[in-house]
Structures are given as structure tokens and as C-alpha cells.
Design a protein around this ligand. Structure first.
Ligand code: 5GP
Ligand code: SF4
Ligand code: MG
Length: 465
């Protein structure tokens, strides 16, 4: 998901809408904004669909006045599968004795099921299926006198990955979980403050990047400035390495490293680890593009656009009939025949999850007359589900959980197939010595199976086998 918050700027909700639009890649299912003014109190609009479908209309933005607003773009994750219901769309809002509070959360709470049943036993009435609602109920049960203290209480009980933005009548609050699995950055525009999942959403409103919210940090922004607190026990940070591979936008900067540059270097590493004789390097657009550029630069094999993506097909493209659904990848990607016919082609993609994309693309490549097809994948084999906010399917649907690299190559019927090594990925992401086995610098559980945060609910559901 994407989260965004603005404090101390006229027409704050308009800026939030722009920020969410720049974070659309983090969630296309739904979006919401809550604004606050002393006159009208908290105002909420939550809708299914893209940000631009709703938050560009004057009639909608008129509902959201004020100099303070937060927003969310939704992507459903582990435990919240299926059609998004409007009641699950964030920001969530709750009234407490000391005033209201709106909350937007990116990540996934790994003990949400366990907490939910305890809370229901003690009388909480849940309004949604969202794991985030646990935070609200835990805040309601806290005996603290103010909202930030109640939030601290609640966030010390939840486990998992969370970058949270909250808003009260006078405060904008940002928190990152102790390991900082999901990103959150701080920006400034004039006198105003901005919290955002990624730096690309600061750029869109001309805000200046100040710094990242640190793992385990809570910032409270009021009209008298910013206060930084450390409500959790110190942990070693474990940022999600998949944000570099796929999830974040290439024009964002994380940990001082441009996401584009990390991806380009992944391609360089891949060319070194798994060289191949070929005529062309082509990305599977858009996610494979920077790595393909790096592969081409390092190998000297010319880069070409062998696959063209239809820019108007989103991930949530509605597939109305069986006949159209069968078209699958064709709806989104087409082979550029004139470029690939008669050529030995290296195809670079970010990841193989179920293997459906790779298989279809390989068939289409051969139909278009490519002589050889070599896959180079910009992440290690995805063998384990993510329980921290990225929507990977259950283990049995992950191709690499069932097959070795060689078996995948045979299954895909390609001339060669190689994944980047975990060390190569770490090198590309700014750790020249590779993965420190004793203390890995990132979360890489979907590749290594080493979960830095206990997936309590998943284990109880038997998902860890
Ligand atoms: P596959 O067809 O192997 O199941 O999926 C691989 C493709 O899905 C890759 O091209 C990649 O860009 C895309 N992908 C990778 N991670 C995710 C994810 O978390 N969610 C979605 N919807 N797509 C992803
Ligand atoms: Fe990121 Fe993978 Fe860890 Fe999930 S399991 S947080 S996708 S590295
Ligand atoms: Mg892709």
C-alpha cells in the first residue's frame, strides 16, 4: 500500500491526492483521504478504484477541506484476499474520548488474527476485515490520556511490518515498525510537512526530501514543529529487499540509494553471474527495464524493446469473459516482431512468481520468430510467501517452491534460465560484501525462508510448510 500525509498546507487534500497518484503503483484497488478542519471536523472519502477516478473531481475535493490530510492507496495482502469491500478501505477513522484519529497503514500485522479473537472476546466490535483495525481497537482499550501515547501502547502489542500515518485534530503522526520493513519518508514544502511511502511522491508536489523516518521511530508533527520518539525496543533494521527489486518506483531513493540504480546494478550482477551469448537484451516491461539496461551495459549486448506494454492496462484490468481472460498476458504485452525475429534474445524480468507470465512470453517470443530465448531474473527464486505486506500467493502456487532452477527451465522450455544470487542482490543494493549471513541487512524471507518477524497467524493457519 501507499501512505501519504500533509500538515500545515492550504488545500492539503489536493496535495494528498497528488501524492497518492504518485504512489498508485503501491495499490490500485482502492484509495481514501481524510482531512481535518476545526470548522467541519474530520472529513472522509474512501472509494474503490484508482486515485484519478475520484480524487480529481472538484465535487469530491470540496468534501475534504483543511490544512491537514492523510491518504492511502490499497493493495490487499495476506489474510485479506478477495474483492475489496469499501469498509476495508483506509484511512480508518475512530472517535476516542480525547478526540478523533484517522489511520493509514502500509504493511501487514502478523498477529492480527490472534489479536482480533482476543479483542472480540473482550467486547470489541470489528467493522472491517482489515488487520489495521486491530490498532484502532488496541488504542481504544489503552488507558493513556492522549492519542500518541495510546498509539504507542497499541503498536507495542501488534507484531509485523507497519509504516503508519495518523492524524488527530492537531497532529500528524508517522511511525515505522522496529525493523523498518516498509518505507516512510519525511518531506517539507514551505512551512508544510509531508510524510510519504516514497520520495517519488514528494517530487510530484515539489517538496524537498528531509530524511527517512527511521526504523522504530515515531514522529509527531504539530504547529510547533517535529518531535521524534523511540517507543520500541531497539532492533536491527531489516528493510524489505523486494522494494528495491520490484515494489518501489525506480525514481524513488531509499537508504540513499536510487531504486533505479539498484535495479540497474542487479542487471550488471546478472550479466557477470550468468553470461550468455545473444543478439539482444530485452526487458519484460516495465518491471524488468532497469535490470535489462544494466545487463546490456555490462555484457555489451545491445538493448532493445522486444516487448511493448499497453500503457492503458492496469493490474486490476477487468476481464469480463472467459475468452478474454484466456488472452492473459496478451492484453498487456505484445512482442515487437520486427525486433526479435531471427534473434537470440535475453529476456530480463524482475521475478518469477507463479511462472504464468514467463511461460506465455516465451511462447509469444517463439511465435514471433525469436531464435533463442534466455531468461535472466532480477531476484532469487521466490520460494516463500510474504507476510509483511506484499501479495505473494501460498507456497504451493510458487513455482520455485516446487521446482529447482533447472526444473523451471525445463518447465518453461527456454534455452536458459538464471536467477540472481542472494549475494548478488545484496551487492546491487549497496552491500559490497554480499549478504551477512549472521545479520542480514534486509528482509529477504520470500527468497531465503528466514522470517525476521514471527508470522504468528500464518503458522497457526499452517502456511509455513
Ligand atoms: P508470474 O507470472 O510468475 O506469477 O508473475 C511474475 C510477474 O508478476 C513479474 O513480471 C512481476 O513483475 C509481477 N509481480 C511481481 N511481484 C508481484 C506482486 O507482488 N504482485 C503482483 N500483482 N505482481 C507481481
Ligand atoms: Fe519484502 Fe520478501 Fe520480506 Fe516480504 S518477505 S517483506 S516481499 S523481502
Ligand atoms: Mg513484470
Amino acid at each position: 500500500c501507499g501512505v501519504y500525509g500533509v500538515f500545515g498546507m492550504d488545500e492539503a487534500a489536493n496535495f494528498v491526492a497528488l501524492g497518492l497518484h504518485a504512489l498508485q503503483h503501491r495499490g490500485q484497488e482502492a484509495a481514501g483521504i481524510v482531512s481535518y478542519t476545526p470548522d467541519t471536523g474530520f472529513n472522509t472519502v474512501r472509494r474503490l478504484g484508482y486515485v484519478r477516478d475520484h480524487f480529481t473531481k472538484q465535487s469530491v475535493m470540496d468534501i475534504l477541506p483543511g490544512r491537514m490530510a492523510i491518504g492511502h492507496t490499497r493493495y490487499s495482502t495476506a489474510g485479506s484476499k478477495g474483492q475489496t469491500a469499501l469498509r476495508d478501505v483506509q484511512p480508518l477513522y475512530a472517535d476516542f474520548a480525547m478526540g478523533g484519529c484517522a489511520i493509514a497503514h502500509n504493511g501487514n500485522i502478523t498477529n492480527a488474527d490472534a489479536l482480533r479473537s482476543q479483542l472480540i472476546d473482550r467486547g470489541s466490535i470489528f467493522q472491517s476485515a482489515s488487520d489495521t483495525e486491530c490498532i484502532v481497537h488496541l488504542m481504544a482499550r489503552s488507558i493513556q490520556k492522549n492519542i500518541p501515547d495510546r498509539m504507542k501502547d497499541a503498536l507495542r502489542i501488534v507484531e509485523g511490518a507497519f509504516s503508519v500515518i495518523a492524524m488527530t485534530r492537531s497532529k500528524l503522526i508517522g511511525v515505522r515498525d522496529p525493523m523498518g520493513v516498509r518505507p516512510l519518508v519525511l518531506g517539507r514544502r514551505g512551512e508544510g510537512w509531508i510524510l510519504s511511502s516514497e520520495t517519488c511522491a514528494l517530487d510530484i508536489i515539489g517538496a524537498e526530501f528531509v530524511r527517512e523516518i527511521e526504523p522504530g521511530e515515531m514522529v509527531i508533527i504539530t504547529s510547533s514543529g517535529l518531535e521524534s520518539l523511540r517507543p520500541f525496543e531497539d532492533r536491527d533494521p531489516r528493510f524489505c529487499v523486494f522494494e528495491y527489486v520490484y515494489f518501489s518506483r525506480p525514481d524513488s531513493v531509499i537508504g540513499g540509494l536510487s531504486v533505479y540504480e539498484a535495479r540497474r546494478r542487479i542487471g550488471v550482477e546478472l550479466a557477470r553471474e550468468a553470461p550468455v551469448e545473444a543478439d539482444l537484451v530485452c526487458p519484460v516491461p516495465d518491471s524488468g527495464t532497469p535490470a535489462a539496461i544494466g545487463f546490456s551495459q555490462a555484457s555489451g549486448i545491445p538493448y532493445a524493446m522486444g516487448i511493448i506494454k499497453n500503457q492503458y492496462v492496469g493490474r486490476t484490468f477487468i476481464e469480463p469473459t472467459e475468452q478474454i481472460r484466456d488472452m492473459g498476458v496478451r492484453l498487456k504485452l505484445n512482442i515487437n516482431r520486427a525486433v526479435v525475429a531471427g534473434k537470440r534474445v535475453v529476456l530480463v524480468d524482475d521475478s518469477v512468481v507463479r511462472g504464468t507470465t514467463s511461460r506465455k512470453i516465451k511462447d509469444m517470443m517463439l511465435d514471433a520468430g525469436a531464435k533463442e530465448v534466455h531468461f535472466r531474473i532480477a531476484s532469487p527464486p521466490t520460494k516463500w510467501p510474504c507476510f509483511y505486506g506484499v501479495d505473494t500467493p501460498e507456497r504451493e502456487k510458487l513455482l520455485a517452491a516446487r521446482m529447482s532452477e533447472d526444473e523451471i527451465r525445463t518447465y518453461l522450455q527456454v534455452d536458459s534460465l538464471r536467477f540472481i544470487s542472494l549475494d548478488g542482490l545484496y551487492r546491487a543494493c549497496g552491500n559490497p560484501a554480499g549478504r551477512n549471513v549472521a545479520e542480514p541487512q534486509f528482509c529477504d524471507a520470500c527468497f531465503s525462508g528466514e522470517y525476521p518477524i514471527e508470522p504468528t497467524d500464518a503458522r497457526a493457519r499452517g502456511c509455513m510448510k
